[in-house]
Design a protein around this ligand. Structure first.
Ligand code: SAH
Length: 384
């Protein structure tokens, strides 16, 4: 039998409408004797079950659902959940293997880089089960090494320390890896995110289909994923810009290693646009970091996105292509479309939508969990 906790009367909690989280303020806490990290069944006001979740009263998100049933995660369920997530990605050797709530494993994120895995436990419930998770992954996937990337700042909100280590305890050197036909030196121990922006690999390939003979500008290029895919596809010139010096060093190294012709510059993209009002490109990629990290920053984020799209449109030759993305879940696809339209109006340019794109299927959108619906993009043709 699982311990139970009830929703408190008041404004309807989102868990009543299928959302997999319950906030501390939404709950009636009658006793303090439920262990943080334990499996807890959530009940509505009438005592009907809303499913089982992991409990951590140290976090504002005190309960995170892993099942609609009344069931512990400590029986066979954990392994079942892990193998189901892995089956969902059959045939993928690079990408996200387990994505938290969307895979019914709240707080567990596992990325696969061919024969290596990175593992993050961002909730106390998953952190307490880390050794079992590593044992299951080793047995089911059989990686050469696993890197536990537990340096996310959100861990402190759950009362947990930040650290990075390998499963074996041995150091792991960066290694060259094939990503869509281009080799990158991937550092799973110290690289940004878990080494690469895996969620944009599909888009690198898609955008590259427009690149042949075009002058390409890849802004927020990180290690040059878009830039190098475009260079490989026959772009006439390629320039990548990122503010991270490490990312640019990696991009240059990859260009050289693959014998691809692309230039990279360390710069703030906003400043760069201000200093280069006369440049002309035929294909521009805008792939900024999430500007809206919380509710209060949405307005500022929209202004920032609009400004970038406006600047990019101004630098595009007639019939140029703009591939523009947002990974803020608070900025919806409709909102993004609207600000692109406002930018086009201000730039006095006409455009058509060639493609509307979204996140890859290894980052599945979960119904009633808007936080999972984060990446949106438009590939546009911007006319004279
Ligand atoms: N396009 C990349 C992923 C981009 S992630 C890919 O497909 O792999 C966002 C990138 O923006 C990060 O590399 C970060 O270093 C960079 N960045 C953040 N703010 C920036 C700014 N103001 N100017 C330039 N780069 C910035």
């Amino acid at each position: 039998m699982l311990s139970t906790i009830r929703i408190r009367p008041g404004p309807p909690a989102r868990a009543l409408f299928g959302h997999p989280w319950a906030f501390l303020g939404e709950l009636m806490i009658t006793s303090n004797n439920i262990e943080p990290g334990a499996c807890v069944e959530l009940l509505d006001i009438k005592g009907r079950s809303l499913g089982s979740g992991i409990w951590n009263p140290k976090s504002q998100i005190a309960w995170r659902r892993y099942s609609r049933r009344s069931i512990s995660l400590d029986g066979p369920l954990l392994e079942e959940r892990i193998t189901t997530a892995i089956k969902r990605r059959t045939g993928r050797s690079l990408g996200r293997l387990i994505w938290s709530e969307a895979d019914n494993l709240p707080g567990l994120i596992v990325d696969r880089y061919h024969d290596l895995l990175t593992v993050q436990t961002l909730t106390l419930g998953m952190d307490l089960r880390l050794e079992r998770i590593l044992e299951i992954l080793q047995r089911v996937v059989g990686p050469r090494e696993m890197v536990i990337r537990n340096e996310a700042s959100s861990r402190t909100l759950e009362g947990m320390p930040q650290y990075i280590r390998t499963a074996s305890g041995n150091p792991l050197e960066p290694s060259w890896m094939d990503v869509g036909g281009v080799q990158y030196l991937v550092d799973l121990v110290a690289g940004q995110k878990t080494g690469m922006y895996l969620d944009q690999i599909e888009q690198h390939q898609k955008v590259a289909t427009y690149a042949k003979g075009r002058r390409v500008l890849d802004t927020f290029c990180n290690q040059g994923g878009f830039a190098l895919a475009c260079a490989k596809a026959g772009a006439s010139s390629v320039l990548g810009i990122d503010s991270s010096e490490d990312a640019i060093v990696a991009a240059r190294k990859a260009a050289e290693h693959n014998g691809l012709n692309a230039q990279f510059e360390v710069a703030n993209v906003f400043d760069w646009f201000t200093e280069h009002r006369e440049a002309t490109f035929d294909l521009i990629i805008l792939d900024p970091p999430p500007f809206a990290r919380n509710k209060d920053s949405v307005e500022g984020a929209i202004r920032g996105y609009k400004e970038l799209n406006l600047r990019a449109m101004r630098l595009l030759a007639p019939d140029g292509i703009l591939a523009t993305y947002s990974c803020s879940h608070r900025v919806s696809s409709a909102m993004y479309m609207e600000l692109i339209e406002a930018a086009a109006a201000d730039a006095r340019r006409e455009g058509i939508v060639l493609e509307r794109v979204s996140q890859p299927t290894d980052h599945p959108v979960m119904l009633n969990f808007p936080e999972s619906r984060y990446l949106k993009g438009f590939i546009l043709e911007i006319r004279a």
